[in-house]
Design a protein around this ligand. Structure first.
Ligand SMILES: C[S@@+](CC[C@H](N)C(=O)[O-])C[C@H]1O[C@@H](n2cnc3c(N)ncnc32)[C@H](O)[C@@H]1O
Length: 174
């Protein structure tokens, strides 16, 4: 399955860290790309730097026109999943979502515009309490892949060798 994450409402003056974390979680938990509303060269650079060092083919694009992206994605046959505390319980819908070929997973920052709720094929809640886009995305992807995403080899220059203590990192010098 190909997964695009759409990060809405990025405000460069206050969301740098959390949007970077949305991107890091997207990559580490098995998504293929992130699209970011708003321009932020520093967020894009730091995510691309992680890809360069730690591997994978995760792509990062900022400054997108999100309504056009959602429509284009839907019109080309992709399905849209909006993560929101007001949505349906994740366990009720994750099986259906798992059968899709391409999904776009939308996460917000502050208030998400009402049309996102309308265009989404599924509005999905990771519990019905308010928490965070980073946590919601991580739990959603982990449920989607049933934990298998954590076994992925990213093939990067740097690779952690799991250790009971300390840090063991292989530099494959690619
Ligand atoms: C800080 S929350 C903002 C919530 C905001 N009050 C709203 O009405 O959308 C930022 C994002 O985290 C995600 N989120 C927060 N809690 C969630 C939950 N329980 N389930 C799914 N997603 C959640 C949503 O994508 C949301 O747009």
């Amino acid at each position: 399955m190909r997964i695009t994450v759409l990060r809405l409402g990025h405000r460069p003056e206050r969301d740098k860290r959390i949007t970077t974390h949305v991107g890091l979680v997207a990559r580490a938990f098995g998504a293929d790309e992130i699209l970011i509303e708003g321009r932020d060269e520093s967020v894009v650079e730091s995510l691309r730097d992680v890809v360069n060092r730690w591997g994978g083919s995760f792509s990062v694009t900022d400054g997108i026109a999100w309504r056009d992206e959602l429509r284009r994605f839907r019109d080309s046959g992709g399905k849209i999943v909006h993560l929101t505390m007001y949505g349906r319980r994740i366990d009720e819908v994750i099986g259906e979502i798992r059968s899709c070929e391409r999904i776009m997973v939308v996460v917000g920052a502050e208030k998400v515009p009402p049309d996102v709720y309308d265009i989404a094929d599924w509005n999905v809640a990771v519990g019905n309490q308010p928490h965070s886009e980073v946590a919601a995305l991580a739990v959603f992807l982990d449920r989607l892949f049933m934990g298998e995403e954590l076994e992925k080899d990213f093939g990067g220059r740097l690779k952690v060798i799991p250790a009971a203590r300390g840090k063991v990192v292989l530099d494959r010098g690619l």
